[in-house]
Design a protein around this ligand. Sequence first.
Ligand code: GTP
Length: 386
Amino acid sequence: MTAERGIPRQAVILVGGEGTRLRPVTSRVPKPVAPVVERPFVAYILDNLARHGVERAIFSTGFLADAIEAVIGDGSGYGLEVSYAVEAEPLGTAGAIANCDGLLDDGPFYVFNGDVLSDVDLSALAATHAAKGGMGTIFLTPVEDPRRYGLVELREDGAVASFLEKPGEWEGTALINAGVYVLEPEVLEMIPRGRLFSIERGVFPKLAAAGSLYGYVDHGYWRDIGTPDSYLQAHFDILERQVDTSVGDVLGEQYLYVAPTAEVTPGARIVPPCYVADGARVGAGARIGPLAVLGAGAVVGEGATVVEAVIQAGVIIGAHAQVEGSILVQGSSVGAGTQLSGAVLGEGCVVGAGNRLAGGICVYPDTELPDNSIQFYEQLRGREGI
Ligand code: GTP
């Protein structure tokens, strides 16, 4: 096996899953293009790939494929060429990679799970891959509770000794499969065509047994955005510049961006870290932030409070409403005086005045709650009451 390997110029991005755990954020918008600080999520992945010399990305799509293509198009807005391999039925993580076969050239390629936010040094991953000379190299990251991930143990030479997918029981920190790989094209030959096949269960254990799978450990920023809590936290991390992104560059040393077209009434307070997008309007006496994103054209009424929250485009928040630890998907609205703590409102939800929703409640799209219809006080997030 040769140690002389080329740097990958191509990538497969897996974006065909239904994103069920992130509903109702993903009820109508596929997870890969769900807005994260006003950008389609996968734009952050494309930025990182382009930064490390990748020229072509192939999106492996299935669920809501057209919606992804409508947002990302040919990739010209993101500095690389994007094409699409669409599945009629979900093929699993390996089947989905094999489905891109005709669009890949015969060099090594990166694979990215389409829900991973990371500024991992891809060039260092590729250099490790080239130096070790295996068929695949996995980016590994340490996590405290690894039970919903694939656990990886390494030998001293960096080869993967064992691969354990989603163990029921585990105590303590462990290295997990971070959902980013470099693979040699020969790996495609191990994948049966046209049927469900998992890379984590069907390919990696075999490569590991053959001594041809290596790990690259990176202690930098990593998070998957697959649940409402982690989606919210990803926003906070970008606002706090814990991960290197173009949005962080815009926020700068003040950790603050207020678009020139936003209207902030004198007397309203914008508390960093905070991002206020184009055409957003903030009423007198309102407070936005810390850790808040106000989407394009969103309206916050006078005296309202928005703290540690994601308010997507076009959302309307009534006067003196209080929103904390919550996600309001585009087109939803909240009436005067309503309090939200740890709530997720789906697209088009209308929550009338005088309600109180808390404790991780998810309200599905287009639900209408009349004025004064719900008083839910439980605080699962452990924050002080609002
Ligand atoms: P949940 O339904 O909430 O588990 O989310 P998910 O559908 O995204 O599944 P998961 O988080 O396990 O998937 C990891 C990545 O692989 C995501 O970016 C998915 O879009 C992608 N993915 C999972 N299964 C498939 C598949 O069958 N085909 C394709 N093309 N991508 C997939």
